[in-house]
Write a protein that binds this ligand. Structure first.
Ligand code: IMP
Ligand code: MG
Length: 179
């Protein structure tokens, strides 16, 4: 992966489609946790766009956010099979409603690991929200509770998702060729 120029003009999922879907998920979370407090745990950096939009779409009074940073992919588009925690959350989650907010569920390695890791701290509930899901790539059995779009086995970029740290700022979803 070098600085070669890539064409990311193809719109697979538009800004408007994403916005509508995030609104739906926010309302669903609002219904599921009516009268309760929720802590959103964003997984850096890919979840930033989704988390920022999602938190404003949840019609609850008590919504907090926190972040974790993990690496699983290194700097290539291939998985290394290793999950490393670079930054943990600051919050105490015991007895709280926690929703892990991720950009995409691919092999499932990251979320499987994080779910087990966080469940050891005895949250009241622990769910997963992912704006994208590539079910055909799954290696471990794990499912999102709130999933936006199921996508084919393409390397997608935009709306927080990167290729070598680029394209996270695209407001829509495009894709790039990988070897
Ligand atoms: P998993 O552990 O294999 O499920 O991978 C999850 C992580 O891989 C995501 O949080 C993304 O950072 C990255 N990833 C997986 N598929 C894509 C993609 O199509 N585009 C960009 N990043 C991806
Ligand atoms: Mg990521």
């Amino acid at each position: 992966m070098t600085a070669e120029k890539r064409d990311v003009s193809t719109v697979l999922i538009s800004e408007e489609q994403i916005a509508a879907k995030v609104r739906e998920i926010g309302e669903e979370i609002g219904r599921d946790y009516a009268g309760e407090a929720v802590l959103l745990v964003g997984i850096l950096k890919g979840s930033v766009a989704f988390l920022a939009d999602l938190m404003r779409a949840i019609p609850l009074e008590d919504v907090s956010i926190d972040f974790m940073s993990v690496s699983s992919y290194g700097s290539s588009t291939k998985t290394s099979g290793v999950v490393k925690i670079n930054k943990d959350i600051d919050s105490d989650i015991r007895g709280r409603n926690v929703i892990i907010v991720e950009d995409i569920i691919d092999t499932g390695l990251t979320l499987k690991y994080l779910k087990e890791y966080l469940s050891k701290r005895s949250p009241k509930t622990l769910k997963i929200a992912a704006i994208f899901d590539k079910p055909s790539r799954r290696e471990l059995e794990i499912e999102g509770d709130y999933v936006g779009f199921k996508v084919d086995d393409l390397f997608i970029v935009g709306y927080g998702l990167d290729a070598d740290q680029k394209y996270r700022n695209l407001p829509y979803i495009s894709w790039i060729k990988t070897e």
